[in-house]
Design a protein around this ligand. Sequence first.
Ligand SMILES: *[C@@H]1O[C@H](CO)[C@@H](O)[C@H](O)[C@H]1NC(C)=O
Ligand SMILES: *[C@@H]1O[C@H](CO)[C@@H](O)[C@H](O)[C@H]1NC(C)=O
Ligand SMILES: *[C@@H]1O[C@H](CO)[C@@H](O)[C@H](O)[C@H]1NC(C)=O
Length: 466
Amino acid sequence: MEEGKVVLYPGMGVGHLVPMVELAKLFIRNGISVTIVLIEQPDKTSSDLLASISSSNPSISFHVLPPVPIPSNFSFVDIMLTASRLQHPNLVSFLGTLSYVRAIVLDFFCTDVIAVVNQLQIPAYIFFPSPAVGVSTALYYPTFYSSTTASLKDMRDDDPLNFPGSLTIVASDMPDTMRDRESPTNQNILYHFKRLQTADGMLVNTFEWFESKAVNAIKDGLCVPDGSTPPIYCIGPIVSNGSCKEGQERHECLTWLDKQPKQSVVFLCFGSMGTFSLEQLKEMAIGLEKSSHRFLWVVRDPINMFEEPNLDLLLPKGFLDRTKDRGMVVKSWAPQVEVLLHDAIGGFVTHCGWNSILEAITAGVPMVCWPLYAEQRMIRKYLAEELKVAGSIEGHDKELVQANAVETKIRWLMESNDAKELRNRIAVVKDKARDAVMEGGPSWQAFWNLTSSLKENDTNENVVVL
Ligand SMILES: *[C@@H]1O[C@H](CO)[C@@H](O)[C@H](O)[C@H]1NC(C)=O
Ligand SMILES: *[C@@H]1O[C@H](CO)[C@@H](O)[C@H](O)[C@H]1NC(C)=O
Ligand SMILES: *[C@@H]1O[C@H](CO)[C@@H](O)[C@H](O)[C@H]1NC(C)=O
């Protein structure tokens, strides 16, 4: 009998592809074959990344849909939100070439694919590379939207929004793209969030113990008061166990870390899109220098994130020289997973991308949040104020974070008793995360439940028997 495969469809954003590749590996480890269907990427950096991902994952098959013309006035977010829609005919004809598709797993910005594939009798699941509190917020957002006529940007922060699953989130914690009620981008997001409830299930990269309140709010149906909530499977944390390929040399920052004392280095890294203004980079440098702690800092070019930054022009005069005995600045990219797992790392200043948070938790590293865009402010609020497992940098919600705020928070992270307690709490979270994905653990069990429900129809007549 043909075994049947699962098709993963990450849509347009490369940031959403990387966690889906980890999900693909999980399916493969459980004996289910996978094809990842991609949309051809317009820029060279993304297409290079795709090429490198597919060459380093030979067990995953990739299929690239041909490009379709995208209106030239679209912003990046609008492209992400609509690109998959323009691809429906290409996707359907590709699915037609496969003899048996068990299920398709979609990015949450591709929800209009659900109706398309359901017509082909293929169940559709949504994968969230985000916390459960992001899922509860997304599910509830259409209800919230129709409960008011105001835009988030006009709401005051005195009262939490009272979304099921979170006590603390206020209007200004929500993504900028959703702040203006009538903006095309917000309307597009609303369109997708309304369709989440039509999915056959939701896979979330989190673990129940960590986010029990948000998970329970979803399970209890509180987030979709007027409809039904698809089953939720908390299958995480799924994180990459490292990006070093066999035979490749270790990154020089790891060799540098080898020479630093245990837990002595603060790591500052802000994700693949995290850029700062020149002014902000200078404040960071001054703060780091004044903190007198060891540091490993990933700096991206403020103007063009794909260009290699010129550190001599970007950083204060003499900074690199004065800090060379205790600091290392890396241009553009560092192997984050290996860095976080290194003994020398004592703290992490992060933009709060969910992948980064899970990587830090898995490594047991205490964090300071410095959110930049998308749902990162919400994640900061949730981690720092609700779950109390992270600190926050003062002024992250202002134009500029001052050098003395950087200095103070790094000292706090590396020296204070508060941070010692934080480290102990993160150690507990780390153990729970490890237990969750171990055989028999709750995330393992959820994935097992998912695959058995995917296999439940294998004996049906619609299966092509070879
Ligand atoms: C990552 O996991 C894979 C599969 O479990 C294993 O083969 C590989 O050695 C691991 N890599 C590292 C760097 O731990
Ligand atoms: C798996 O399915 C069983 C039986 O339906 C259920 O009792 C259990 O709660 C599920 N576990 C998870 C983690 O979803
Ligand atoms: C199994 O088949 C039933 C009946 O056709 C359908 O409702 C259900 O969605 C299918 N489940 C999966 C996981 O394919």
